[in-house]
Design a binder for this molecule. Structure first.
Ligand SMILES: [Zn+2]
Length: 448
């Protein structure tokens, strides 16, 4: 793969459909009509030139039906215009894109390469088309601090390159190879403000290297911090094709201990074993130094009462979450009485959670669903940082729930490579190959 098409999602969402977007560039560029047919390579090709754009011109893109409107250069009167590609006059030109996403918080982002815009069913879709190296640079700068050891960044570079070749979700129906969402593929926020960095060094030194298992690129999952123990694939993800949960296990995505864990720890851990890790004064694991290693959140019964039933309702209306939210016979989310983790993965990740309410017991399955159930706008919580959690539930003399303390380990799903652990391994002298061997057992490094 030499070039890659990346779908741009709304902030903190996997949704690629937008209402409108603003676009400008720091140099001249040209808008071309795009070949409307997505070809097998997923890369968009230009046909006729439609307009030249001067440096600094601000364009507004929007969609009505399958017609694209581009104000700022007067491309508003052609009902057959559904897809364009904007090419810079020089490779040094950067595009600035601001999406009107459904949620606030999306800022203007900077991209190199070409921008593709598509109108479909009154939604606007935007794609960045660039070289694999430019994409990797954007991923590394979004995913891993430049202050990390070069071997950790190199391990991340190989994982990111492998992921680009074999993403978990088939984005072909979306007309792209990958999306930019950290919730779906790997985070890609475009170019950082500073472009001189060890990322280029890591990309160059691992040029063409990918991880393979039985001659195929592996599913190179990674997350930020595993909190002492990584997790098995099948404990966190559902089957890509059937949505069955748990899916079939993947041999090289197995949870591993990140050092010598406290003697009270056993696998899979119960609440007591997780508490032993949480209260460990000096965690002796490769990720023990990280600020994300442990965290806690306190939610009062009043806060839960005010928000959780709305969140559950929202999940039931979302096809991604709904299959993993199982209501009681009443179908009503009553007053919360208790939370119980019913089973856990090898690292302690909650696989299913029972929420006992006054109207019956709800069952939530899968780590992202369980984490998202605790969304709470009052305390600006989008979801729990991880599902390696246990609870301390405070009750009144009458036995009513007063508050719940959630103790958590790590940040992210914890499957595959964990970045803080990779950094810890690099600090004790492990090179990128040894780091990847640790997280992807049995996988090999090969050249593209
Ligand atoms: Zn994606």
């Amino acid at each position: 793969m030499k070039r890659i098409a990346i779908g741009l999602a709304a902030y903190d969402s996997k949704d690629l459909a937008h209402r409108s977007a603003e676009l400008s560039a720091n140099g001249p560029s040209t808008i071309f009509r795009a070949d409307p047919q997505a070809n097998a390579s997923l890369l968009t090709t230009a046909t006729t030139a439609l307009a030249n754009i001067k440096e600094g011109t601000s364009l507004r893109l929007s969609a009505t039906g399958n017609t694209l409107k581009v104000t700022g250069v007067g491309l508003t009167g052609d009902p057959s215009l559904s897809k364009i590609i904007i090419k810079p006059a020089s490779p040094d030109t950067h595009f600035f894109v601001q999406l009107d996403s459904l949620k606030a918080g999306r800022t203007r982002r900077t991209y190199t390469g070409e921008i593709v815009a598509l109108a479909q069913n009154s939604s606007l879709y935007l794609f960045v088309q660039c070289s694999l190296e430019e994409y990797l640079f954007g991923v590394l700068s979004s995913e891993i601090p430049a202050t990390y050891h070069l071997e950790a960044i190199k391990a991340q570079a190989i994982a990111a390159r492998t992921y680009a070749l074999n993403p978990r979700i088939d984005h072909k129906p979306d007309h792209c190879h990958v999306c930019d969402s950290f919730l779906c593929c790997q985070c890609f926020l475009g170019l950082p403000a500073q472009s001189k960095s060890p990322y280029n060094q890591a990309i160059d030194q691992t040029k063409g290297q990918v991880m393979i298992y039985q001659d195929k690129p592996v599913l190179a999952l990674f997350s930020s911090c595993a909190g002492g123990h990584t997790e098995n694939y099948e404990s966190c993800f559902s089957d890509i094709h059937t949505n069955a949960f748990p899916p079939l296990a993947i041999p090289y995505l197995k949870g591993v201990a990140e050092g010598r864990l406290p003697s009270d720890f056993h696998s899979p851990p119960d609440e007591k074993a997780l508490a032993a890790v949480w209260h460990w004064p000096r965690p002796d694991t490769v990720d023990g130094w990280a600020s994300q290693f442990r965290w806690s959140v306190n939610l009062s019964a009043d806060l839960l009462e005010a928000t959780m039933h709305h969140v559950i309702d929202k999940m039931l209306g979302n096809s991604e979450f709904a299959p993993f939210v199982i209501p009681p016979q009443s179908s009503i989310f009553g007053q919360v009485k208790s939370f119980t983790i019913q089973n856990r993965g090898v690292g302690g990740t909650a696989i299913s959670m029972a929420v006992d309410t006054s109207k019956g017991t709800w069952i939530l399955k899968k780590e992202l669903v369980i984490r998202s159930a605790f969304e709470n706008p009052e305390i600006k919580l989008a979801r729990l940082r991880s599902a390696r959690i246990y609870f301390e539930q405070r009750r009144s003399a009458a036995g009513n729930l007063l508050s719940v303390n959630i103790f958590g380990l790590g940040s992210g799903h914890g499957v595959g490579l964990q970045q803080t652990g990779a950094e810890g391994l690099a600090r004790i002298g492990k090179d990128c190959q040894a780091i990847l061997n640790h997280y992807f057992k049995g996988a090999q490094i090969a050249r593209l």
